[in-house]
Design a protein around this ligand. Structure first.
Ligand code: NAD
Length: 283
């Protein structure tokens, strides 16, 4: 089935970026969220990002207007009924994701493909909330979505080969470079990146060095563009805690045990860049 209409469910940090790249590749996009304020923020961010693309000469005024004309927003899942492809980007919580997919499955046309942008949760489990387990997979984008080239495709236990092809083709149309991972906690990228960030949290917790110096080690010594603490603030400390809890629960290995400092920061509402305070202060 040709994809024309894409529904993005959850219009926070990731959903906004996913909606933008889909618009920039010519798709009709319905951005959805339970919070009207999230939808307003998403539209504002997409408009300002497209305006920057016009300023840089990457797209013309008419391109921007065409893209914006293809964007709809809604808080009602009925708006996704005609979608050919649904990408879910709600909070990293398996119960929430299953509830969302269960509802969407009853509304969205049966031939449509469903994908989750989860960082680490089980695609196989999520698919059981639907009657389309073969047309269900992970499509894991990276933040900021318009910049980051990687898309990790996750093959659930019952994902069909055709679904992998549909998602690979879509990722290529979005200008991304896909890899395919099997459905085990953390897949490939999260399993590499999150324990590394947790190690940096422990280094701060144990007073081994300053936040700035830990990040400097990664940037100047490991040639990473960002340090682990800057990156954690960028992703969102609440999201990282959810991922670590999931990895620890599934593997039962101490290397995934979330650093107590991370827990305290999340309890205190220090979530990183998205609310102005994390390992760094953004106010
Ligand atoms: N932040 C990152 O760098 C990153 C990278 C890759 C993947 N992810 C994954 O993407 C997903 C979203 O992360 P995020 O950082 O965008 O989170 P976020 O908190 O910025 O956004 C989540 C959005 O989902 C909305 N939402 C909650 N319940 C909903 C429902 N029932 N229906 C519709 N919308 C609902 C919330 O209102 C919110 O706007 C998570 O699964 C996360 O693990 C995040």
């Amino acid at each position: 089935m040709d994809i024309e209409n894409i529904a993005v469910v959850g219009s926070g940090q990731m959903g906004t970026g996913i909606a933008q790249v889909c618009l920039m590749s010519g798709f009709n996009v319905t951005a959805m969220d339970v919070q009207a304020s999230a939808l307003e923020r998403a539209v504002g961010q997409i408009k300002s990002s497209l305006a920057k693309n016009v300023e840089k000469g990457k797209i013309g005024d008419a391109d921007r207007d065409n893209m914006l004309a293809k964007l709809r927003t809604s808080s009602d899942f009925e708006a996704a009924a005609n979608a050919d492809f649904v990408i879910e980007a709600v909070n990293e919580n398996i119960d929430l994701k299953m509830q969302v997919f269960g509802q969407l499955d009853k509304i969205v046309k049966p031939e449509a493909t469903f994908a989750s942008n989860t960082s680490a949760l089980s695609i196989t489990t999520m698919a059981t909330a639907t009657a389309r387990r073969d047309r269900f997979a992970g499509m894991h984008f990276f933040h900021p979505v318009p910049v980051m080239k990687l898309v990790e495709i996750i093959r659930g236990q019952e994902t069909s080969e055709e679904t992998i092809t549909v998602i690979r083709d879509l990722a290529l149309r979005l200008g991304k470079d896909p890899v395919v991972a099997r459905d085990y906690p953390g897949f490939l990228s999260t399993r590499l990146g999150i324990p590394y960030m947790n190690e940096a949290f422990y280094a701060v917790y144990e007073g081994r060095g300053s936040v700035e110096d830990i990040d400097k080690c990664a940037k100047l010594g490991l040639n990473h563009p960002m340090g682990p603490l800057e990156l954690a603030d960028f992703i969102g400390l609440d999201t990282i805690l959810s991922i670590l809890e999931n990895l620890y629960e599934n593997f039962g290995e101490s290397k995934y045990f979330p650093c107590p400092l991370l827990r305290n920061m999340v309890k205190a509402g220090q979530l990183g860049r998205k609310n102005g305070r994390g390992f760094y202060n953004y106010s």
